[in-house]
Ligand binder design. Structure first.
Ligand SMILES: [Zn+2]
Length: 444
C-alpha cells in the first residue's frame, strides 16, 4: 500500500457542516490523513491533479442484486410476482458458478464506473461463493449474502431449500467472508422476503444476526400483492411481522417500503430500521412511490439503491438520485426532497445504513478513502457560477462525468480504464453466460 495525493480539487465533504472546500486530500494506505491547501508531501507514490474536478464521497447503494445483472433486459414490463415467477427465479435457478462470477463482475464494473464504491448485495440460493470471489478481486466494498428462501409457490426446484440447509450455507459463507480484507467485505443474512421464508428460518436469522453482529437484508412492502400474501399468512403487515420476530433493529435493511402504514413507519423510526429506497425499480415494476419525504421528515434512515439490472435497467446512482428527488415533488410540492437531502441519502445515509458512518460516506480525516472524482466541465453541468455543486451533481450530472473511482485508497477506475475488472472479457463472458442460462431455464 502506498500514498496518494489529490491536488487542487473542489471537495464536497459531506462532513457535519456539509462543507464544500477547495484543496488537497492526502491518503496514506487506505485512510484520509490530511485535507488542506497546498499540502507539501515528500515521497508520494501517486499524485492526481484534480484542478477543475469535484471530489465526492463514493456512493453507497444499499440494495443491489449482482446475481441478476446478466438478466438485464430479460424482465421488462412485468409486475413483481410475475417478474419473479416467470423470469427471475427460472434464471436464478439456471445459474452456475461461472455465470454468477461474471454477473457479479458485470455489475461491479458498472457500479465502479459510475462512482459507487459500496453496495449491499443480495445473491441467489447457490454459488454465492463466486460472487464473493468477484467482490474480493474487484476491490469494491460490499455487504453481501446468499438469498434464503425455504418456502413459496411456483419456486423452481433448484431454488427450493430446506431451512437448516439455508442457515448452514449462510453461516459457512459468513465464516469464510465476513471481515475479509480488513472489513471491506461483510456478510448479511439475506432472507428474500417474508413470502419466501418460514417463521422458523426468520427466527433463526434473528438469533444468528445477534450472535454474529451482522446485518439482515431483505425486501419488504414493495408491492400490494406481496403485502396481501403476508397478511393472509401471518395476520400482520410486513414490518409489524418482522418486528414481532425481533428483527426490527438498526441492523435491519429493508428494500423498498413502498406501502407502509403509520404503525410500520413508527416501528422503522423507533427501532432504527434502515429503508433502502429504489425509485427506478419501484417505477419500472409499477410497485408505487414510497413516501420517502415523510420518512425523512420523521428522521427515519433512508438510503438509495438501484435494485437489480432486470428491474431498472441500470445500476447508476445518478439515475436513482434524480428519480428520488423528482418523484416526491408532484406529491409533496417542489421543495420536497431537495438535492442536498438526496445526496445525503446517496452517501452518508448509505454509510449509516451499513453501520460504517464512522468509516465512509464523507470526506474527513481518519475516514477510509472511498471517493469518486467528477469532471463537471461539460455543457450539461454549466454554468457553475453561483450554483450549489450538489445541485449540479444530483440534477445535472450523469455517470459519464465520473472520471476516477477510489475504494480503500486504491484507484479502481481512472478515465474509463478499469483496473481490476477486465472489461472485454467480462462483456464477452456475460453474453456467453446469459445464452447458457436462457437455454437451461427454457425461457427462450
Ligand atoms: Zn431487490
Amino acid at each position: 500500500m502506498g500514498n496518494l495525493l489529490i491536488r487542487n480539487a473542489q471537495i464536497v465533504t459531506m462532513n457535519k457542516g456539509e462543507e464544500i472546500i477547495q484543496g488537497d486530500i492526502y491518503i496514506e494506505d487506505n485512510i484520509i490523513k490530511e485535507i488542506g491547501t497546498n499540502l507539501r508531501k515528500n515521497r508520494v507514490n501517486q499524485v492526481i491533479d484534480a484542478t477543475n474536478r469535484t471530489v465526492i464521497p463514493g456512493f453507497v447503494q444499499t440494495h443491489i442484486h449482482l446475481c441478476q445483472t446478466l438478466f438485464r433486459g430479460k424482465g421488462d414490463d412485468l409486475e413483481l410476482m410475475d417478474w419473479l415467477r416467470q423470469r427471475i427465479w427460472p434464471l436464478e435457478a439456471a445459474h452456475d458458478e461461472e455465470s454468477i462470477y461474471y454477473s457479479a463482475m458485470l455489475g461491479i464494473g458498472e457500479l465502479l464506473e459510475s462512482g459507487t464504491t459500496t453496495i449491499v448485495d443480495m445473491e441467489t440460493v447457490h454459488h454465492t461463493e463466486y460472487a464473493f470471489r468477484a467482490i474480493a478481486e474487484s476491490g469494491i466494498r460490499a455487504v453481501s449474502g446468499k438469498v434464503m428462501m425455504d418456502k413459496g409457490e411456483e419456486v423452481p426446484l433448484a431454488l427450493q431449500e430446506k431451512t437448516a440447509e439455508s442457515i448452514q450455507q449462510s453461516v459457512d459463507l459468513l465464516e469464510k467472508w465476513n471481515g475479509f480484507d480488513d472489513g471491506r467485505i461483510q456478510y448479511a443474512f439475506s432472507p428474500r422476503f417474508v413470502v419466501s421464508c418460514t417463521e422458523a428460518l426468520l427466527k433463526e436469522v434473528k438469533v444468528l444476526s445477534d450472535l454474529f453482529n451482522v446485518k439482515v437484508h431483505t425486501h419488504a412492502s414493495e408491492n400490494k400483492g406481496e403485502i396481501q400474501i403476508v397478511q393472509e399468512e401471518t395476520g400482520m403487515r410486513n414490518v409489524v411481522y418482522l418486528d414481532h420476530l425481533g428483527l426490527a433493529n438498526d441492523r435491519l435493511i429493508l428494500a423498498h417500503c413502498v406501502w407502509l402504514d403509520e404503525e410500520e413507519k413508527r416501528i422503522i423510526k423507533d427501532k432504527g430500521v434502515h429503508v433502502s429506497h429504489c425509485p427506478g425499480s419501484n417505477l419500472k415494476l409499477a410497485s408505487g412511490i414510497a413516501d420517502t419525504h415523510q420518512l425523512v421528515c420523521n428522521h427515519a434512515s433512508v438510503s438509495l439503491g438501484a435494485d437489480g439490472a432486470p428491474c431498472n435497467n441500470n445500476l447508476d446512482m445518478f439515475n436513482e438520485m434524480r428519480l428520488a428527488a423528482l418523484i416526491q415533488k408532484p406529491i409533496h410540492g417542489p421543495t420536497a426532497m431537495d438535492a442536498r437531502t438526496v445526496f445525503r441519502m446517496a452517501t452518508i445515509g448509505g454509510a449509516r445504513a451499513v453501520g460504517l458512518e464512522d468509516e465512509i460516506g464523507s470526506i474527513e480525516v481518519g475516514k477510509k478513502a472511498d471517493l469518486a472524482i467528477l469532471n463537471l466541465q461539460n455543457f450539461h453541468t454549466f454554468p457553475s457560477y453561483d450554483v450549489d455543486p450538489i445541485s449540479r451533481i444530483v440534477y445535472s450530472a450523469t455517470r459519464a462525468d465520473v472520471e476516477t473511482t477510489i475504494v480503500d485508497g486504491k484507484i479502481l477506475m481512472d478515465k474509463g480504464i478499469m483496473k481490476t475488472v477486465d472489461k472485454p472479457v467480462v462483456l464477452k463472458e456475460a453474453d456467453n453466460s446469459i445464452k447458457r442460462l436462457l437455454k437451461y431455464s427454457n425461457i427462450i
